[in-house]
Design a protein around this ligand. Structure first.
Ligand code: SIN
Ligand code: MN
Length: 222
């Protein structure tokens, strides 16, 4: 985390919209380092990190690797038909546990945390000018919350509403180690990353440049 000596203290928890909670600095440096290491392993395969090709022919600027289920526009599959045909790495139990701790931290609701059973992780790497347009996460058949973990360069995360791509929305700065959970009335809100702020990451995470975002989701598929 950069920002110099005079960075103001950050709040513990901010409800950005109903059911959408930002928890600054939730991941310890040690946990960020572990996540960077395991994401590097997943990036190698069985389905390597790739730029997803969109049906209209465009290519996403982020690089993505999936765990548990493979995501391609606009569905989840058991194998990566758009990459190399292999199944992604299995979703590990410890990542589900981390998701339950994240829901507990965001909502302070032990019962909601206990029933959270994510089965997929989408890992996006933002390099150079990569960004993500406003969209809804709506390929899941479950209304369970999305847990988002950020490591590396800070970004502007735009979080809106479920009805329109436009206002009202809030621009939140997500810094290395931050947690953002969106569920309940905000589960299907539009969101995106209009800008990454290069050079703002913390090299001690093991990520020398760029931004890593991990989202945990429950696909609702069996
Ligand atoms: C996403 O919307 O899937 C990724 C969001 C982010 O990178 O923070
Ligand atoms: Mn999304």
């Amino acid at each position: 985390m950069s920002g110099g000596l005079f960075r103001l203290p950050r709040p513990e928890r901010v409800e950005v919209a109903p059911g959408a909670v930002h928890v600054p600095g939730w991941l310890s440096l040690e946990r960020q380092r572990e996540l960077v290491t395991v994401c590097r392993e997943w990036a190698r395969g069985p389905v390597p990190i790739h730029r997803t090709v969109l049906p209209a022919g465009g290519v996403m600027s982020v690089q993505t690797v999936c765990v548990g289920w493979h995501w391609q526009p606009y569905r989840y599959t058991r194998t990566a038909g758009d990459v190399n045909g292999l199944p992604p790495a299995p979703f590990p139990d410890w990542l589900g546990e981390l998701g339950r701790s994240a829901v507990a931290a965001a909502y302070g609701d032990a019962a909601a945390a206990e029933r959270y059973r994510p089965d997929t992780a989408l890992i996006n790497f933002y390099d150079g000018a990569a960004k993500m347009g406003l969209h809804q996460d709506k390929n899941e058949k479950s209304g369970a919350p999305v847990v988002s973990l950020s490591i590396g360069d800070s970004c502007v995360f735009r979080f809106g509403n479920p009805e329109t791509r436009g206002r009202p929305y809030t621009d939140v700065e997500l810094v290395s180690g931050d947690l953002f959970v969106f569920g309940g009335p905000s589960r299907f809100a539009y969101h995106g990353v209009p800008k990454v702020l290069p050079g703002t990451g913390e090299p001690a995470t093991g990520l020398a440049r760029g931004r890593l975002n991990i989202t945990l989701r429950d696909t609702g598929l069996a």
